[in-house]
Design a protein around this ligand. Structure first.
Ligand SMILES: [Zn+2]
Length: 368
């Protein structure tokens, strides 16, 4: 496959309209000490200490894994003028002060404002990489959500990756290596993040002032992804009730198509932002997963939300016997929906498809 066909394949993938990037704002609210990053930080620290840095790194991880935090930490380490023993940026050298003020001449952080990183932005940033660094050894460029690079922006980046300027150090972030052209990936050292254990994430939340109950609950439902747990613990738990309302009402609405589509349309309006829809669908998935486990075992301690055991029991009573095989299929449909949303899928379409597939599964459970 020549570069042209490769880029056109990737082009059709990236042409899906990506939403405005909210992640950066959220990432800045997160504390710096995210769990689940120790191994990745150690790899980078060792490379720095050994003087064996690669010119390009690609940090991958699902939404909520803290990949932007890691990239920001790395940029801070590279630009700090002090070489502290634990490789934390000192925070008070001139370079650190400029970085914190957002006016460091040797540091650029690119992020898509409209869901697409355009060629002009990237070319300008790449041009600056040729300048001699003023405060540290490196001209650092971070490209967040590199999976939103337009095809010609990616091509421009590729040229620089093939022949990087002496002092250039580029860090990309993306959900996964499959979201970038292989030619770009092959020129980067990949650092992947997959989250931490629920216990570690729960303890970290508590350390940052979250109550024990909320911390445990947020950690349990976040699959060890600290960013997601943080969000759940700071308001995200509020979406549990709307998700429960959807799960509860679907069997009944399945009998009344007009009302069903009105309801779906209202939910889609309310959760029009991709991040919001992701959170809602995540909750829907947790509830169906719990219903599935409950239908199979009736064991409260196996549930993600044991506190809802009675509600699950009532749901089973209200809608007839739940078929575990169908519930398991719904859980996998929810997982597919989450992957679709992660790939910048359309939130409304995601919800419509999910509901239709759930209903096809729900129908036979109804009491006639
Ligand atoms: Zn410093």
């Amino acid at each position: 496959m020549g570069p042209r066909s490769l880029f056109s394949t990737w082009s059709s993938m990236s042409e899906r309209k990506a939403p405005k990037s909210q992640e950066k704002v959220r990432a800045e609210e997160l504390p710096d000490d995210l769990p689940g990053q120790a191994a990745a930080r150690a790899v980078l620290r060792q490379a720095l200490a050994a003087g064996k840095l690669s010119h390009a790194y690609l940090v991958t991880g699902p939404s909520g894994s803290g990949k932007h935090k890691l990239a920001q930490w790395w940029a801070a380490i590279l630009t700090c003028q002090h070489d502290s023993i634990d490789h934390r940026p000192c925070g008070h050298c001139q370079s650190c002060r400029l970085r914190v003020a957002g006016s460091h001449p040797d540091l650029q952080i690119l992020s898509s404002a409209d869901g697409l990183l355009h060629r002009e932005q990237v070319v300008e940033a790449l041009h600056r990489l040729n300048l001699k660094p003023q405060y540290s050894a490196w001209q650092v460029l971070v490209i967040e959500n590199a999976d939103t690079l337009s095809p010609d922006a990616a091509q421009a980046l590729l040229k620089t990756l093939e022949e990087p300027p002496e002092s250039a150090l580029i860090t990309l972030t993306a959900p996964g290596v499959d979201r970038l052209p292989p030619t770009v990936v092959s020129r980067c050292q990949v650092v992947s993040l997959s989250g931490a254990g629920a216990t570690e994430v729960g303890a970290w939340l508590q350390k940052h002032g979250v109550s024990v109950d909320t911390a445990q609950q947020a950690a349990a439902i976040s699959a060890g992804l600290p960013g997601r747990a943080w969000e759940m613990a700071h308001g995200g738990l509020a979406d549990l009730d709307p998700a429960m309302e959807i799960v509860r009402s679907l069997p009944e609405l399945a009998r009344r198509p007009k009302e069903l589509f009105t309801a779906v349309s209202q939910w889609a309006d309310k959760y029009a932002k991709r991040e919001d829809m992701q959170r809602l669908v995540l909750w829907i998935g947790i509830l169906y997963r719990d219903l599935w486990v409950y239908a199979l075992t009736q064991e409260q301690q196996l549930l993600t939300l044991p506190v809802l055991a009675d509600t699950y029991k009532n749901l089973v009573v209200a809608t007839g016997p739940y078929d575990a095989a169908r519930l398991s299929r719904i859980v996998s449909v929810v997982e597919k929906t989450l992957r679709y949303l992660e790939a910048y899928g359309n939130p409304r379409l995601a919800l419509e498809r999910l509901v239709l597939q759930v209903i096809q599964g729900v129908d036979p459970w109804l009491k006639e």
